[in-house]
Design a protein around this ligand. Structure first.
Ligand SMILES: O=C(CO)COP(=O)(O)O
Length: 250
């Protein structure tokens, strides 16, 4: 049985003081949930949020990472740095990083391997653009991105990962994939993983859906058999909305 994982990707939102007061409230509101709850603050807020989360079951994730341990890479953050402050997860290959910051399947793969070497669990994002969906290329795009990101990994490593299917046209647009469409693509990703890494890795890997998830649509999406959680953007910025999604995911 795969445990549901609901992660809030704050993107470039919240100062340190806003982030800390948010998680202080959140940890009280979701204290007894059976869902695994994750927050992904911006880099500046990671350490103070880690401190504020002590004693809580909410896990911490970074939104990106470089693959090297250290070096002359101005503006970058390494896996060692994230590990030391208590990150459990790291979001890799988000479509905004692919679109605006030149992320490729190859760099995502380097980052995935580096994260695993340091005991960080990657949340690997894949998803098609509207043009790709309209050209009936969704399956081809998510298969290529999945194979690219996970190249050279062992079945055991893949089993422990989280993958987030986030159709680009559904991110921040208020357009959500229908429950059936999301389920269909998540199931397809699981089939690709079964082909590449075997059935037991495919059954163990958790595959989230992301793209305009809200309290009102969470129940339908999260009850699909191949959807094991959500990667939430906008609706993760308010405690009430995020809590609503968590509660509606069981
Ligand atoms: O990109 C997302 C999460 O990573 C989804 O963002 P929205 O929930 O704002 O559509």
């Amino acid at each position: 049985m795969r445990q549901m994982i609901i992660a809030g990707n704050w993107k470039m939102h919240k100062t340190v003081s806003e982030a800390v007061s948010f998680v202080q409230e959140l940890k009280q509101q979701v204290a007894n949930t059976r869902v695994e709850v994750v927050v992904c603050p911006p880099f500046t807020a990671l350490a103070p949020v880690a401190e504020a989360l002590k004693g809580s079951s909410i896990a911490l994730a970074a939104q990106n990472m470089h693959w090297e341990n250290q070096g002359a890479f101005t503006g970058e953050i390494s896996p060692l740095m994230l590990k030391e402050i208590g990150c459990k997860y790291v979001v890799l290959g988000h479509s905004e990083r692919r679109q605006y910051f030149g992320e490729t399947d190859e760099t995502v793969n380097k980052k995935v391997k580096a994260a695993l070497e340091h005991g960080l669990v990657p949340i690997v994002c894949v998803g098609e653009t509207l043009a790709q969906r309209e050209a009936n290329a969704t399956e081809q795009v998510v298969a290529t991105q999945t194979r690219g990101a996970l190249a050279d990994l062992s079945p055991e490593q893949v089993a422990g990962l989280v993958i987030a299917y986030e159709p680009v046209w559904a991110i921040g647009t208020g357009k959500t994939a229908s429950d059936q469409d999301a389920q269909q693509v998540n199931r397809y990703i699981r089939q690709v993983i079964a082909q590449e890494f075997g059935q037991s890795a495919a059954e163990a890997v958790r595959i989230q859906y992301g793209g305009s998830v809200k309290p009102g649509n969470a129940r339908g999406l999260m009850s699909q058999p191949d959807i094991d959680g959500a990667l939430v953007g906008g609706a993760s910025l308010k405690v009430e909305d995020f809590k609503g999604i968590i509660e509606n995911s069981l």
